[in-house]
Write a protein that binds this ligand. Sequence first.
Ligand code: ADP
Length: 501
Amino acid sequence: MKKINKLLIANRGEIALRIMRTAREMGIQTVAIYSEADRKALHVRFADEAYFIGPPPSSQSYLQQDKIVEVAKQCGADAIHPGYGFLSENAVFSQKVRDAGILFIGPSAKSIEIMGSKLAAKQAAMKFGIPMVPGTEEAISDIPKAKQLAAKIGYPILIKASAGGGGKGMRIVENEAEFEEQMNRAISEAQSSFGDGSVFIEKYVTSPRHIEVQIMGDEHGNIVHLFERECSIQRRHQKVVEEAPSSILSPEMRKEIGEAAVNAARSCDYFNAGTVEFIMDDQMKFYFLEMNTRLQVEHPVTEMITGIDLVREQIRVAEGHTLHFKQEDLILRGHAIELRVYAEDPANNFLPDIGKLHRYVRPQGNGIRVDDGFEQGMDIPIYYDPMIAKLVAFAETREAAIEKMIRAIDEYQIVGVENTLAFGRYVMLHEAFRSGNFDTHFVNRHYKVEQLKPAGNEEEEKVAMLMAGIIDQKHRKASEDQPAANGNHGNQWLRRRTYGR
Ligand code: ADP
Protein backbone atom coordinates (compact mmCIF):
# COMPACT_ATOMS: atom_id res chain seq x y z
CA MET A 1 0.00 0.00 0.00
CA LYS A 2 1.44 3.32 -1.02
CA LYS A 3 -0.03 6.64 0.06
CA ILE A 4 -0.21 9.27 -2.67
CA ASN A 5 0.86 12.67 -1.36
CA LYS A 6 1.45 14.51 -4.59
CA LEU A 7 -0.37 13.89 -7.86
CA LEU A 8 0.63 15.14 -11.29
CA ILE A 9 -2.22 15.47 -13.74
CA ALA A 10 -0.96 14.86 -17.29
CA ASN A 11 -3.84 16.70 -18.89
CA ARG A 12 -5.51 20.08 -19.25
CA GLY A 13 -8.92 21.75 -19.21
CA GLU A 14 -12.01 20.51 -17.42
CA ILE A 15 -10.74 17.01 -16.72
CA ALA A 16 -7.51 18.26 -15.13
CA LEU A 17 -9.59 20.48 -12.84
CA ARG A 18 -12.08 17.72 -12.08
CA ILE A 19 -9.27 15.39 -10.98
CA MET A 20 -7.51 18.09 -8.95
CA ARG A 21 -10.71 18.88 -7.05
CA THR A 22 -11.04 15.31 -5.78
CA ALA A 23 -7.32 15.13 -5.04
CA ARG A 24 -7.60 18.28 -2.94
CA GLU A 25 -10.54 16.82 -1.03
CA MET A 26 -8.32 13.84 -0.26
CA GLY A 27 -5.52 16.06 1.04
CA ILE A 28 -3.29 15.32 -1.95
CA GLN A 29 -1.03 18.04 -3.39
CA THR A 30 -1.73 18.70 -7.08
CA VAL A 31 0.71 19.37 -9.91
CA ALA A 32 -0.34 20.82 -13.27
CA ILE A 33 1.56 20.77 -16.52
CA TYR A 34 0.81 23.28 -19.25
CA SER A 35 1.66 24.30 -22.77
CA GLU A 36 2.32 27.79 -24.06
CA ALA A 37 -1.38 28.10 -25.03
CA ASP A 38 -2.49 27.28 -21.48
CA ARG A 39 -0.35 29.71 -19.49
CA LYS A 40 -3.44 31.33 -18.03
CA ALA A 41 -5.63 28.24 -17.94
CA LEU A 42 -7.71 27.48 -14.87
CA HIS A 43 -6.08 24.13 -14.22
CA VAL A 44 -2.75 25.92 -13.90
CA ARG A 45 -4.15 28.40 -11.41
CA PHE A 46 -5.96 25.75 -9.40
CA ALA A 47 -2.96 23.44 -8.92
CA ASP A 48 -0.54 23.74 -6.01
CA GLU A 49 2.36 23.66 -8.48
CA ALA A 50 2.49 24.05 -12.26
CA TYR A 51 5.20 23.30 -14.80
CA PHE A 52 5.58 24.55 -18.34
CA ILE A 53 6.23 21.72 -20.78
CA GLY A 54 6.31 23.15 -24.29
CA PRO A 55 4.69 24.84 -27.29
CA PRO A 56 0.92 24.62 -27.93
CA PRO A 57 0.71 21.59 -30.27
CA SER A 58 0.06 18.56 -28.07
CA SER A 59 2.79 16.58 -29.84
CA GLN A 60 5.23 19.09 -28.33
CA SER A 61 3.62 19.36 -24.92
CA TYR A 62 0.87 17.12 -23.51
CA LEU A 63 2.16 14.11 -25.46
CA GLN A 64 5.79 14.49 -24.39
CA GLN A 65 6.07 11.32 -22.36
CA ASP A 66 9.66 11.61 -21.14
CA LYS A 67 9.33 15.25 -20.26
CA ILE A 68 6.21 14.60 -18.21
CA VAL A 69 7.83 11.73 -16.31
CA GLU A 70 10.87 13.94 -15.71
CA VAL A 71 8.71 16.75 -14.29
CA ALA A 72 6.99 14.24 -12.00
CA LYS A 73 10.34 12.96 -10.73
CA GLN A 74 11.74 16.45 -10.26
CA CYS A 75 8.80 17.73 -8.26
CA GLY A 76 8.46 14.57 -6.21
CA ALA A 77 5.02 13.52 -7.48
CA ASP A 78 4.28 9.97 -6.43
CA ALA A 79 1.48 9.40 -8.97
CA ILE A 80 0.31 10.51 -12.41
CA HIS A 81 -3.32 10.69 -13.52
CA PRO A 82 -3.61 10.82 -17.32
CA GLY A 83 -7.27 11.95 -17.55
CA TYR A 84 -8.80 11.08 -20.93
CA GLY A 85 -7.35 11.62 -24.40
CA PHE A 86 -3.63 12.51 -24.75
CA LEU A 87 -1.58 9.74 -23.06
CA SER A 88 -4.41 8.06 -21.16
CA GLU A 89 -4.51 4.96 -23.36
CA ASN A 90 -0.84 4.75 -24.11
CA ALA A 91 0.58 1.47 -22.77
CA VAL A 92 4.19 2.61 -23.28
CA PHE A 93 3.60 5.75 -21.23
CA SER A 94 1.92 3.86 -18.39
CA GLN A 95 4.92 1.54 -18.25
CA LYS A 96 7.41 4.42 -18.32
CA VAL A 97 5.61 6.00 -15.39
CA ARG A 98 5.71 2.77 -13.40
CA ASP A 99 9.36 2.13 -14.33
CA ALA A 100 10.19 5.53 -12.85
CA GLY A 101 8.73 4.32 -9.55
CA ILE A 102 5.62 6.48 -9.92
CA LEU A 103 2.05 5.15 -9.63
CA PHE A 104 0.04 5.30 -12.85
CA ILE A 105 -3.65 5.89 -12.10
CA GLY A 106 -5.13 3.43 -14.53
CA PRO A 107 -4.95 -0.21 -15.59
CA SER A 108 -1.84 -2.26 -16.40
CA ALA A 109 0.10 -1.70 -19.63
CA LYS A 110 -1.04 -5.17 -20.69
CA SER A 111 -4.74 -4.31 -20.33
CA ILE A 112 -4.26 -1.03 -22.21
CA GLU A 113 -2.47 -2.84 -25.00
CA ILE A 114 -5.08 -5.55 -25.44
CA MET A 115 -8.04 -3.19 -25.31
CA GLY A 116 -6.28 -0.53 -27.41
CA SER A 117 -6.64 -2.74 -30.46
CA LYS A 118 -10.26 -3.30 -31.42
CA LEU A 119 -9.32 -6.72 -32.84
CA ALA A 120 -7.29 -7.92 -29.85
CA ALA A 121 -10.11 -6.70 -27.61
CA LYS A 122 -12.71 -8.68 -29.56
CA GLN A 123 -10.56 -11.79 -29.39
CA ALA A 124 -10.09 -11.46 -25.63
CA ALA A 125 -13.75 -10.73 -24.91
CA MET A 126 -14.99 -13.51 -27.16
CA LYS A 127 -13.34 -16.14 -24.96
CA PHE A 128 -15.67 -15.06 -22.17
CA GLY A 129 -18.75 -15.65 -24.29
CA ILE A 130 -19.59 -11.99 -24.73
CA PRO A 131 -21.85 -11.40 -27.76
CA MET A 132 -20.03 -9.94 -30.78
CA VAL A 133 -21.33 -8.16 -33.87
CA PRO A 134 -21.06 -10.73 -36.71
CA GLY A 135 -17.81 -10.04 -38.51
CA THR A 136 -14.19 -11.04 -39.02
CA GLU A 137 -12.05 -11.86 -36.02
CA GLU A 138 -8.81 -10.97 -37.72
CA ALA A 139 -7.42 -8.18 -39.89
CA ILE A 140 -8.23 -8.73 -43.51
CA SER A 141 -6.54 -7.35 -46.61
CA ASP A 142 -7.38 -9.98 -49.23
CA ILE A 143 -10.22 -8.23 -51.07
CA PRO A 144 -11.88 -11.22 -52.85
CA LYS A 145 -11.88 -13.11 -49.53
CA ALA A 146 -13.24 -10.09 -47.68
CA LYS A 147 -15.96 -9.74 -50.30
CA GLN A 148 -17.01 -13.35 -49.78
CA LEU A 149 -17.18 -12.84 -46.04
CA ALA A 150 -19.15 -9.62 -46.48
CA ALA A 151 -21.70 -11.44 -48.62
CA LYS A 152 -22.03 -14.08 -45.91
CA ILE A 153 -22.49 -11.51 -43.15
CA GLY A 154 -24.94 -9.51 -45.28
CA TYR A 155 -24.96 -5.85 -46.32
CA PRO A 156 -24.72 -3.13 -45.09
CA ILE A 157 -21.20 -3.75 -43.81
CA LEU A 158 -18.93 -1.60 -41.71
CA ILE A 159 -15.18 -1.57 -42.42
CA LYS A 160 -13.27 -0.56 -39.30
CA ALA A 161 -9.63 0.29 -38.65
CA SER A 162 -8.31 -1.89 -35.82
CA ALA A 163 -6.30 1.03 -34.47
CA GLY A 164 -9.16 3.50 -35.06
CA GLY A 165 -10.73 5.74 -32.46
CA GLY A 166 -12.61 8.94 -31.93
CA GLY A 167 -15.18 7.98 -34.54
CA LYS A 168 -12.52 7.88 -37.25
CA GLY A 169 -11.56 4.97 -39.46
CA MET A 170 -15.03 3.61 -40.21
CA ARG A 171 -16.68 3.13 -43.60
CA ILE A 172 -20.18 1.93 -44.31
CA VAL A 173 -20.59 -0.21 -47.43
CA GLU A 174 -24.17 -0.45 -48.66
CA ASN A 175 -23.70 -3.11 -51.37
CA GLU A 176 -21.18 -5.38 -53.07
CA ALA A 177 -20.55 -3.01 -55.97
CA GLU A 178 -18.98 -0.46 -53.59
CA PHE A 179 -17.04 -2.97 -51.57
CA GLU A 180 -13.65 -3.00 -53.31
CA GLU A 181 -13.29 0.75 -53.56
CA GLN A 182 -14.32 1.32 -49.94
CA MET A 183 -11.98 -1.40 -48.73
CA ASN A 184 -9.01 0.15 -50.53
CA ARG A 185 -9.86 3.55 -49.14
CA ALA A 186 -10.29 2.20 -45.61
CA ILE A 187 -6.88 0.50 -45.69
CA SER A 188 -5.00 3.53 -46.97
CA GLU A 189 -6.86 5.81 -44.56
CA ALA A 190 -6.05 3.53 -41.61
CA GLN A 191 -2.41 3.51 -42.69
CA SER A 192 -2.14 7.27 -42.98
CA SER A 193 -4.22 8.17 -39.90
CA PHE A 194 -3.14 5.50 -37.43
CA GLY A 195 0.10 4.14 -38.92
CA ASP A 196 -1.52 0.71 -39.03
CA GLY A 197 -3.41 -0.45 -42.10
CA SER A 198 -5.23 -3.35 -40.40
CA VAL A 199 -8.95 -3.29 -41.01
CA PHE A 200 -11.73 -5.74 -40.26
CA ILE A 201 -15.36 -5.98 -41.26
CA GLU A 202 -18.48 -6.06 -39.18
CA LYS A 203 -22.20 -6.23 -39.78
CA TYR A 204 -23.47 -2.66 -39.80
CA VAL A 205 -26.22 -2.58 -37.22
CA THR A 206 -28.79 -0.38 -38.89
CA SER A 207 -30.66 0.98 -35.91
CA PRO A 208 -28.05 0.93 -33.18
CA ARG A 209 -28.08 2.41 -29.73
CA HIS A 210 -24.80 3.02 -27.97
CA ILE A 211 -24.90 1.60 -24.47
CA GLU A 212 -21.79 1.41 -22.33
CA VAL A 213 -21.08 0.10 -18.88
CA GLN A 214 -18.82 1.71 -16.28
CA ILE A 215 -16.68 -0.81 -14.52
CA MET A 216 -14.29 -0.48 -11.62
CA GLY A 217 -11.75 -3.03 -10.46
CA ASP A 218 -9.06 -3.22 -7.81
CA GLU A 219 -5.66 -4.90 -7.89
CA HIS A 220 -6.97 -7.82 -5.82
CA GLY A 221 -9.25 -9.29 -8.47
CA ASN A 222 -12.53 -7.56 -7.53
CA ILE A 223 -14.47 -6.07 -10.44
CA VAL A 224 -17.92 -4.47 -10.29
CA HIS A 225 -20.05 -2.53 -12.73
CA LEU A 226 -21.67 0.82 -11.98
CA PHE A 227 -24.59 0.42 -14.39
CA GLU A 228 -24.89 1.73 -17.91
CA ARG A 229 -24.83 5.02 -19.77
CA GLU A 230 -26.62 5.57 -23.02
CA CYS A 231 -24.72 7.69 -25.55
CA SER A 232 -26.78 7.35 -28.71
CA ILE A 233 -27.07 11.05 -29.50
CA GLN A 234 -23.97 11.47 -31.65
CA ARG A 235 -22.63 13.49 -34.50
CA ARG A 236 -19.83 12.06 -36.66
CA HIS A 237 -19.98 8.84 -34.57
CA GLN A 238 -19.10 11.01 -31.55
CA LYS A 239 -21.21 11.51 -28.43
CA VAL A 240 -22.90 14.83 -27.59
CA VAL A 241 -25.63 13.84 -25.11
CA GLU A 242 -25.27 11.02 -22.61
CA GLU A 243 -27.54 9.76 -19.88
CA ALA A 244 -27.65 7.25 -17.06
CA PRO A 245 -29.48 5.01 -16.83
CA SER A 246 -30.59 4.16 -20.37
CA SER A 247 -34.30 4.71 -20.89
CA ILE A 248 -34.80 1.28 -22.45
CA LEU A 249 -33.10 -1.30 -20.25
CA SER A 250 -35.14 -3.49 -17.93
CA PRO A 251 -33.53 -4.42 -14.60
CA GLU A 252 -32.87 -7.92 -16.01
CA MET A 253 -31.11 -6.56 -19.09
CA ARG A 254 -29.15 -4.14 -16.93
CA LYS A 255 -27.88 -7.08 -14.91
CA GLU A 256 -27.05 -9.05 -18.05
CA ILE A 257 -25.12 -6.28 -19.82
CA GLY A 258 -23.40 -5.34 -16.55
CA GLU A 259 -22.20 -8.91 -16.10
CA ALA A 260 -20.99 -9.04 -19.72
CA ALA A 261 -18.98 -5.87 -19.06
CA VAL A 262 -17.43 -7.32 -15.92
CA ASN A 263 -16.46 -10.41 -17.93
CA ALA A 264 -14.91 -8.27 -20.67
CA ALA A 265 -12.83 -6.59 -17.96
CA ARG A 266 -11.84 -9.97 -16.53
CA SER A 267 -10.70 -11.10 -19.98
CA CYS A 268 -7.71 -8.75 -19.68
CA ASP A 269 -7.23 -8.85 -15.88
CA TYR A 270 -8.48 -5.32 -15.62
CA PHE A 271 -8.16 -2.99 -12.66
CA ASN A 272 -9.03 0.69 -12.07
CA ALA A 273 -11.82 2.50 -13.97
CA GLY A 274 -12.84 1.41 -17.46
CA THR A 275 -15.79 1.40 -19.81
CA VAL A 276 -17.09 -1.44 -21.91
CA GLU A 277 -18.99 -0.21 -24.94
CA PHE A 278 -21.81 -2.13 -26.61
CA ILE A 279 -24.23 -1.48 -29.40
CA MET A 280 -27.78 -2.63 -29.11
CA ASP A 281 -29.91 -3.47 -32.15
CA ASP A 282 -33.64 -2.93 -32.60
CA GLN A 283 -34.30 -6.39 -31.18
CA MET A 284 -32.61 -5.25 -27.94
CA LYS A 285 -29.68 -7.59 -28.56
CA PHE A 286 -26.37 -6.15 -27.42
CA TYR A 287 -22.92 -6.69 -28.91
CA PHE A 288 -19.44 -5.83 -27.64
CA LEU A 289 -17.85 -2.85 -29.41
CA GLU A 290 -14.68 -2.01 -27.50
CA MET A 291 -13.30 -1.14 -24.10
CA ASN A 292 -11.92 2.24 -23.09
CA THR A 293 -9.19 1.84 -20.53
CA ARG A 294 -9.55 5.18 -18.80
CA LEU A 295 -11.99 7.62 -17.24
CA GLN A 296 -14.59 8.68 -19.82
CA VAL A 297 -15.72 12.22 -20.59
CA GLU A 298 -19.25 11.25 -19.56
CA HIS A 299 -18.35 9.67 -16.18
CA PRO A 300 -20.27 12.35 -14.19
CA VAL A 301 -23.68 10.88 -15.08
CA THR A 302 -22.61 7.63 -13.42
CA GLU A 303 -21.34 9.53 -10.39
CA MET A 304 -24.73 11.23 -10.08
CA ILE A 305 -26.80 8.04 -10.11
CA THR A 306 -24.47 6.03 -7.86
CA GLY A 307 -23.18 8.73 -5.52
CA ILE A 308 -19.65 7.47 -6.10
CA ASP A 309 -16.70 9.73 -6.89
CA LEU A 310 -14.94 7.70 -9.58
CA VAL A 311 -11.71 9.67 -9.38
CA ARG A 312 -11.49 9.11 -5.62
CA GLU A 313 -11.98 5.40 -6.22
CA GLN A 314 -9.34 5.41 -8.98
CA ILE A 315 -6.84 7.00 -6.62
CA ARG A 316 -7.65 4.56 -3.79
CA VAL A 317 -7.29 1.59 -6.13
CA ALA A 318 -3.94 2.87 -7.42
CA GLU A 319 -2.77 3.10 -3.81
CA GLY A 320 -3.51 -0.60 -3.51
CA HIS A 321 -6.80 -0.51 -1.58
CA THR A 322 -9.61 -2.93 -2.27
CA LEU A 323 -12.82 -1.44 -3.70
CA HIS A 324 -14.82 0.02 -0.86
CA PHE A 325 -18.10 -1.33 -2.29
CA LYS A 326 -19.38 -4.64 -3.59
CA GLN A 327 -21.78 -5.12 -6.49
CA GLU A 328 -24.72 -5.55 -4.16
CA ASP A 329 -23.89 -2.30 -2.33
CA LEU A 330 -24.42 -0.25 -5.49
CA ILE A 331 -27.83 1.33 -5.83
CA LEU A 332 -29.02 3.17 -8.91
CA ARG A 333 -30.90 6.31 -7.89
CA GLY A 334 -32.46 8.99 -10.10
CA HIS A 335 -31.56 10.01 -13.62
CA ALA A 336 -28.68 12.10 -14.98
CA ILE A 337 -28.18 13.67 -18.41
CA GLU A 338 -25.01 15.28 -19.75
CA LEU A 339 -24.74 17.70 -22.64
CA ARG A 340 -21.28 18.29 -24.06
CA VAL A 341 -21.09 21.99 -24.73
CA TYR A 342 -18.72 22.15 -27.68
CA ALA A 343 -17.42 25.25 -29.45
CA GLU A 344 -18.99 24.02 -32.65
CA ASP A 345 -21.58 25.38 -35.01
CA PRO A 346 -24.67 23.14 -35.03
CA ALA A 347 -26.04 25.19 -37.93
CA ASN A 348 -22.98 24.40 -40.00
CA ASN A 349 -22.32 20.69 -39.76
CA PHE A 350 -20.94 20.99 -36.21
CA LEU A 351 -17.74 22.59 -37.50
CA PRO A 352 -15.42 23.64 -34.66
CA ASP A 353 -15.42 27.33 -33.82
CA ILE A 354 -12.79 29.34 -32.02
CA GLY A 355 -12.83 32.75 -30.43
CA LYS A 356 -13.16 34.63 -27.18
CA LEU A 357 -15.81 33.95 -24.57
CA HIS A 358 -17.12 37.52 -24.46
CA ARG A 359 -19.83 36.45 -22.11
CA TYR A 360 -19.71 33.25 -20.11
CA VAL A 361 -22.15 32.68 -17.28
CA ARG A 362 -22.75 29.17 -15.96
CA PRO A 363 -26.16 27.91 -14.89
CA GLN A 364 -26.62 27.07 -11.24
CA GLY A 365 -29.05 25.51 -8.86
CA ASN A 366 -30.45 22.24 -7.64
CA GLY A 367 -29.21 19.18 -9.55
CA ILE A 368 -26.91 21.06 -11.92
CA ARG A 369 -23.20 20.27 -12.32
CA VAL A 370 -20.95 22.13 -14.74
CA ASP A 371 -17.45 20.76 -15.33
CA ASP A 372 -15.48 23.23 -17.41
CA GLY A 373 -12.08 24.83 -17.76
CA PHE A 374 -12.96 28.34 -18.91
CA GLU A 375 -13.89 31.75 -17.62
CA GLN A 376 -15.39 34.82 -19.26
CA GLY A 377 -12.77 36.60 -21.37
CA MET A 378 -10.77 33.47 -22.17
CA ASP A 379 -10.05 32.22 -25.68
CA ILE A 380 -10.96 28.76 -26.92
CA PRO A 381 -7.62 27.52 -28.27
CA ILE A 382 -7.48 25.86 -31.68
CA TYR A 383 -4.97 23.26 -30.60
CA TYR A 384 -7.17 21.03 -28.48
CA ASP A 385 -10.57 19.42 -28.23
CA PRO A 386 -13.21 22.16 -28.67
CA MET A 387 -15.26 21.18 -25.62
CA ILE A 388 -16.13 24.18 -23.46
CA ALA A 389 -18.01 22.38 -20.71
CA LYS A 390 -20.02 19.39 -19.63
CA LEU A 391 -23.43 20.37 -18.40
CA VAL A 392 -25.02 17.71 -16.20
CA ALA A 393 -28.57 17.65 -14.87
CA PHE A 394 -29.66 15.22 -12.16
CA ALA A 395 -33.19 14.60 -10.92
CA GLU A 396 -35.39 11.90 -9.53
CA THR A 397 -36.88 10.90 -12.89
CA ARG A 398 -35.84 11.15 -16.56
CA GLU A 399 -38.62 13.65 -17.27
CA ALA A 400 -37.51 15.89 -14.42
CA ALA A 401 -33.87 15.65 -15.55
CA ILE A 402 -34.88 16.74 -19.06
CA GLU A 403 -36.80 19.75 -17.70
CA LYS A 404 -33.88 20.64 -15.48
CA MET A 405 -31.50 20.41 -18.44
CA ILE A 406 -33.68 22.76 -20.50
CA ARG A 407 -33.80 25.23 -17.63
CA ALA A 408 -30.00 25.07 -17.27
CA ILE A 409 -29.42 25.50 -21.01
CA ASP A 410 -31.63 28.60 -20.94
CA GLU A 411 -29.69 29.97 -18.02
CA TYR A 412 -26.28 29.32 -19.61
CA GLN A 413 -24.89 32.40 -21.36
CA ILE A 414 -22.19 31.88 -23.94
CA VAL A 415 -21.45 34.71 -26.35
CA GLY A 416 -18.43 34.82 -28.63
CA VAL A 417 -18.33 31.31 -30.01
CA GLU A 418 -20.92 29.12 -31.67
CA ASN A 419 -21.83 26.24 -29.41
CA THR A 420 -24.02 23.18 -28.95
CA LEU A 421 -26.37 24.63 -26.30
CA ALA A 422 -29.20 25.29 -28.76
CA PHE A 423 -28.70 21.82 -30.22
CA GLY A 424 -28.97 20.34 -26.72
CA ARG A 425 -32.22 22.20 -26.18
CA TYR A 426 -33.49 20.86 -29.49
CA VAL A 427 -32.70 17.30 -28.41
CA MET A 428 -34.36 17.74 -25.00
CA LEU A 429 -37.55 19.01 -26.62
CA HIS A 430 -37.68 16.42 -29.37
CA GLU A 431 -40.39 13.79 -29.13
CA ALA A 432 -37.99 10.99 -30.17
CA PHE A 433 -35.62 11.77 -27.31
CA ARG A 434 -38.38 12.36 -24.79
CA SER A 435 -40.10 9.10 -25.62
CA GLY A 436 -36.85 7.16 -25.57
CA ASN A 437 -37.43 6.02 -29.13
CA PHE A 438 -34.14 7.05 -30.77
CA ASP A 439 -30.86 5.60 -32.01
CA THR A 440 -27.44 6.83 -33.15
CA HIS A 441 -29.03 8.29 -36.31
CA PHE A 442 -30.94 10.91 -34.35
CA VAL A 443 -29.03 13.80 -35.92
CA ASN A 444 -29.48 12.60 -39.51
CA ARG A 445 -33.06 11.59 -39.03
CA HIS A 446 -34.55 14.23 -36.76
CA TYR A 447 -32.31 17.25 -36.61
CA LYS A 448 -33.40 20.21 -38.70
CA VAL A 449 -31.07 23.18 -38.69
CA GLU A 450 -33.88 25.59 -39.63
CA GLN A 451 -35.62 24.78 -36.39
CA LEU A 452 -32.70 26.14 -34.39
CA LYS A 453 -33.34 29.58 -35.80
CA PRO A 454 -35.83 31.98 -34.29
CA ALA A 455 -39.16 32.15 -36.05
CA GLY A 456 -39.53 35.06 -38.46
CA ASN A 457 -37.67 36.52 -41.38
CA GLU A 458 -34.14 37.75 -41.77
CA GLU A 459 -35.09 41.36 -41.09
CA GLU A 460 -36.46 40.35 -37.74
CA GLU A 461 -33.33 38.40 -37.03
CA LYS A 462 -31.13 41.39 -37.79
CA VAL A 463 -33.15 43.50 -35.40
CA ALA A 464 -32.79 40.79 -32.78
CA MET A 465 -29.02 40.76 -33.20
CA LEU A 466 -28.88 44.52 -33.02
CA MET A 467 -30.99 44.55 -29.90
CA ALA A 468 -28.80 41.87 -28.41
CA GLY A 469 -25.80 44.09 -28.98
CA ILE A 470 -27.47 47.06 -27.34
CA ILE A 471 -28.83 45.12 -24.42
CA ASP A 472 -25.54 43.28 -24.09
CA GLN A 473 -23.75 46.62 -23.68
CA LYS A 474 -26.34 47.91 -21.26
CA HIS A 475 -26.22 44.70 -19.34
CA ARG A 476 -22.44 44.84 -19.16
CA LYS A 477 -22.65 48.37 -17.83
CA ALA A 478 -25.28 47.33 -15.32
CA SER A 479 -23.29 44.36 -14.14
CA GLU A 480 -20.21 46.52 -13.78
CA ASP A 481 -22.22 48.79 -11.49
CA GLN A 482 -23.83 45.92 -9.68
CA PRO A 483 -22.15 42.50 -9.97
CA ALA A 484 -25.29 40.47 -9.30
CA ALA A 485 -27.40 42.39 -11.81
CA ASN A 486 -30.37 40.49 -13.08
CA GLY A 487 -29.71 39.61 -16.71
CA ASN A 488 -33.10 38.23 -17.64
CA HIS A 489 -33.78 40.62 -20.47
CA GLY A 490 -30.36 40.47 -21.99
CA ASN A 491 -30.52 36.74 -21.58
CA GLN A 492 -33.58 36.32 -23.68
CA TRP A 493 -32.22 38.38 -26.53
CA LEU A 494 -28.79 36.88 -26.38
CA ARG A 495 -30.22 33.45 -26.62
CA ARG A 496 -32.19 34.51 -29.62
CA ARG A 497 -29.04 35.84 -31.16
CA THR A 498 -27.09 32.67 -30.56
CA TYR A 499 -29.88 30.63 -32.13
CA GLY A 500 -30.12 32.92 -35.10
CA ARG A 501 -26.56 32.71 -36.23
P1 ADP B 1 -14.45 4.75 -31.84
O1 ADP B 1 -13.38 4.00 -31.09
O2 ADP B 1 -13.93 5.42 -33.05
O3 ADP B 1 -15.27 5.65 -30.96
P2 ADP B 1 -16.50 2.65 -31.75
O4 ADP B 1 -16.23 1.27 -32.16
O5 ADP B 1 -16.58 2.93 -30.29
O6 ADP B 1 -15.42 3.62 -32.44
O7 ADP B 1 -17.84 3.14 -32.44
C1 ADP B 1 -18.27 4.48 -32.38
C2 ADP B 1 -19.70 4.59 -32.87
O8 ADP B 1 -19.80 4.08 -34.21
C3 ADP B 1 -20.71 3.79 -32.08
O9 ADP B 1 -21.17 4.48 -30.97
C4 ADP B 1 -21.80 3.58 -33.12
O10 ADP B 1 -22.56 4.76 -33.26
C5 ADP B 1 -21.02 3.39 -34.40
N1 ADP B 1 -20.77 1.96 -34.70
C6 ADP B 1 -19.68 1.23 -34.39
N2 ADP B 1 -19.77 -0.05 -34.82
C7 ADP B 1 -20.98 -0.15 -35.42
C8 ADP B 1 -21.69 -1.22 -36.09
N3 ADP B 1 -21.17 -2.44 -36.24
N4 ADP B 1 -22.91 -0.93 -36.59
C9 ADP B 1 -23.45 0.30 -36.47
N5 ADP B 1 -22.84 1.34 -35.88
C10 ADP B 1 -21.62 1.13 -35.35
